[in-house]
Each structure stands twice: as C-alpha cells, then as structure tokens.
Design a protein around this ligand. Sequence first.
Ligand SMILES: O=P(O)(O)O[C@@H]1[C@@H](OP(=O)(O)O)[C@H](OP(=O)(O)O)[C@H](O)[C@H](OP(=O)(O)O)[C@H]1OP(=O)(O)O
Ligand SMILES: Nc1ncnc2c1ncn2[C@@H]1O[C@H](COP(=O)(O)OP(=O)(O)OP(=O)(O)O)[C@@H](O)[C@H]1O
Length: 484
Amino acid sequence: MELDKMDENDWKYHGEGNKSLVVSHVQTTEQAFRHIQNIVDYSKNVMKPLLGEKFVHNGEAVKLPIDFVRQLSLKVQRERPESRCDKVMDTFSGCALCLPNLTQLSSCCCFGQHRPPLCIEIKPKCGFLPSSRHVTKEIKSKVCRFCMHQHFKLASGKWKRLSRYCPLDLFSGNKQRMYLAIKHLIEEPQNNFKIFKGGECIYSCKDDADVLQDLDELAQHLRPYFLPSGSLINGHQASKVVLNELIQVLMSALLSSWDCPRTVEPRKTHLPEGRVTCEASILHRDLLWNANTRKLSNHCLPKDCVLAKILGTQMHDNLDIEGLNPLFRRVEQHLQDFPKESRLQIDGPYDESFLEKVQNCPAEDDGSIEYAVGKVHQYRVAMTAKDCSIMIAIAPCGEDDGLDQNLEIQPAKPRFSYSVSILDLDPKPYDSIPHQSRLDAKILNYYLRSTQPNHQEVDNLELTNPGLFLGRDREDCTLVFHPV
Ligand SMILES: O=P(O)(O)O[C@@H]1[C@@H](OP(=O)(O)O)[C@H](OP(=O)(O)O)[C@H](O)[C@H](OP(=O)(O)O)[C@H]1OP(=O)(O)O
Ligand SMILES: Nc1ncnc2c1ncn2[C@@H]1O[C@H](COP(=O)(O)OP(=O)(O)OP(=O)(O)O)[C@@H](O)[C@H]1O
C-alpha cells in the first residue's frame, strides 16, 4: 500500500473492541466480490457449455454482513481438519459463493420418506495418458499421472498408504474395470471419495483408521438402503452385498446418458485411439493376459454421461505440460512487450469470447500469439476438469421404498433415483503453469526412483525428504473376472 496515495474515502468503519478500532478497505470487498464473480462466470460461461447444462450449478456471488462471516468462521473453526487450518477464512471480504447443497437430491426427483438421501463424491482426476509428441519421458505414456503421483504423495507424507485406484479404469467405460476402480476408492478414499448421508459426511479418508473396520461400519450405514430390513445376512457377507450394490448404483449413475431416452441403446463416445490402460493399475497384468484384452481395454463411454463429459474436457490438454511450456513462454513474452494487452483474456473476463478462444484454437501452431493463448486457455480448462468432483445424490424411490423381508426370497433390485452434478470448477490461475511443470518433473522422478532403483534424475531437481521415501511397489495381485 503506497502511503502517499491513501484516501480516507477508500476506508469504512468496521467495528471496535476494548483496545482496537477496526476499519476495512472498501476495495477489498469489491476485489473479493470480483474474484468470486469470476468463478461464477467461468463455471457458467466456460465449464457449463463444455461439461453440460445438467451437471453444472454455477452458483451466485453474494454479499454477506461482515459480522456474520466473522461469527461463522469462529463457529466452524473447531470442526475443520487440522491439515486445512493453515488456510484462514477471509473474514473481511464480506462475500461468498452461494451454491445449492449438492448432497441433496433436486426437488424434481422422487425420493423415499424413510431414509435420508445418500451422496457419493468422487474426485476422479486425470483419466487419460498423454499422447502428445512433446512428451519426452516414455513412462508418461505408460503410467498415469495419478498412479505416479501416489508415490510422491506417500513420500511427502500427504497420505500414509498408496491408493490402488486408477482413473483410467474408472474412465474406461468397461464395467469390470470400473467396478474395481470404485472398490479401490472405497478401500482407500484419500481425497477422492466421500459419502454423505442426509448431508452429513459419514465416510471419508481417516489416515489412522483400521480400513476393514471402516468398511464394516460403512456397510452398517448403507444396509437399510441396499438390504431388506428383515434380511438375515450378516457380518462380512452382508458388507460384501451392500458394497457391491453401492458400486452397481454408482456405475449406473456414472454411465447414464442423460439425453438419451432410457429405452434406446445409448450412443457411445469412442475416444481417440491410443493406450488406454495404465501399467501401474493392478488390472494391467490381467488385461495383458486376459483373452478378452481388447474388449476389456475398450475405451468407450456412453455419449453425454458425466464421465465422457469430464474426460472430453480434460483432453483439451493435448500437448501435455511439456508441449505447453514454450507456448506459455510465448504468451509471457507478448505480455512483456505489450503490458497493457487485455484482449488475450488471461485473467478473464470469462465470457463467450473466452470460450470461443478455447473451442476455436487453430489446430496447428502458426507461430501466432492467438495459437499460444488458445492452447494456454485449453490447458487451464483441462486442469479444472482434472481436479473437479462428481456428486452423485441417490435416494430409494418407488413402491419398494420400504424394503421388506419378502424381497429376500425373490430379491428385487432396490430402485433409486439419482442426480449427478460436477463441483469445484474454479479457474486455475494462469501463473500456476510453471508450478505444474516443476510438479510434473517431481512426480516423474519420485515414481522412477521408487520403481527403477538405477534411475537417473530427469532434471536437476531437489527432492524433498528422500529419507522418507518408501520404495515399495503395489501389492501383487491376480484377478479373476466375473460378469457383472
Ligand atoms: O496438482 P494435483 O493433481 O495434485 O491437484 C491438486 C489437488 O491435489 P490432489 O492431487 O487432488 O490431492 C489439491 O487437492 P487438495 O487440496 O490437496 O485436497 C487441490 O485441488 C489443488 O487445486 P488448487 O491449487 O487448490 O486449486 C490441485 O492442484 P491443481 O494442479 O489442480 O492446481
Ligand atoms: N455445493 C456443494 N454441496 C455440497 N458439498 C459441497 C458443495 N461444494 C463443496 N462441497 C464440499 O466441500 C468440499 C470442498 O469444496 P471444493 O472442492 O469446492 O473446495 P476447493 O478448495 O476448491 O477444493 P480443492 O482443494 O479440491 O481444490 C467438496 O469436496 C465437497 O465435499
């Protein structure tokens, strides 16, 4: 803040205590409001057209009384996880993003009165392997970023166990692969899987928890939704049935092609040819040896299902960070040469013209700034889609709502209505691109160091906490495929 440019009209009374009188800067509120409005514009004008009207709730920027925000921040403080408490709430901004509660079903969906709705949140992460000619390290086209990143996260202490989840299995459209992907998410949720019941989080990552106990407890919560009330199945068998049913419902929701009438065979999206399995996935070896390899590795999702929409948007990153870097530098150079240039819309406005730049970027590099900025925008859009979450709200519906014992004799499938939404669609900052580049190299180095003992470092990077490094690879596992 420059002292000689201070103007009392930019400040207003905020409140006071015994010793302090607090004034706040009016710009702060306006800037913060602009920031939130930018998020709303980005969700509404950029991500919604790409991901689909029905999945995206852009929300609304709202102004709130500052005292209310301060009180609220104190009230929620004790419920916040310790690992997040380094972030403080901006209690002076007086504004917020108002969104519908996506753990609840929208009012148009029917749902039973007896049981509160369930909501499953999945953060699927990146579902494809880069096929860009700019990729210099072969491993990147064999092992997906999530699976490589696991080793770095373990070494840096973010998580205590490796997740066996592989996004390529979830996005495969193949029911057997999807089944295992969801099973692995349940077993080790990290920040990729949560379950809410009546809006309350009942299942999420607990670092020190006993995994098996967690699963039994979870099955207890879910039992009334998936087993008839008088069912005699108990213990481990009941948990297996309940979790199996949950996975089946989730797969239906993830594969629903919402624009197609249910009676018609849904159209399929065949994604570009290329490697569609990840070598680190525990399924990989089975896929290689299985007689049905081609069928199992089919990359085929129903058109317009939530997974196809997210994957299609992620694939706007078709150069990989390695191919993007020189284009980022071209934009940087241009901004240095023309500092007042705003038509590139680096920080917005996120309007139709921004979307036009994303959708109509020239296919080949013609050396122009337009091409470079189009690719940068595409990359940022892809980053948002690689970091978003899917919320699947489900509730029992129809005449079978009060599942009774008779159903056990001739089990009828419980019926559910569900709604699917996508959340966390913030624009990723333009200036985070250099960080992405460094992170990419770090992830690669940690992965290679853990799996290939003689590996030479890719770049001259300083690797943090090498002493913490655990070189254990995934548990060896043989799978038998059953029809589902
Ligand atoms: O880079 P990644 O893949 O680790 O993603 C980050 C996420 O970590 P994850 O790998 O999902 O555990 C990370 O998730 P957590 O906050 O760690 O749960 C954030 O979503 C981060 O986004 P932002 O910088 O807060 O906008 C994410 O950063 P971006 O790369 O999307 O900016
Ligand atoms: N509209 C909503 N309805 C219900 N739950 C929500 C909603 N928005 C966010 N949440 C919950 O709050 C969590 C954090 O929200 P969000 O992912 O938007 O934050 P973020 O800071 O952008 O996260 P990230 O670190 O992943 O970038 C979500 O994972 C979800 O569980």
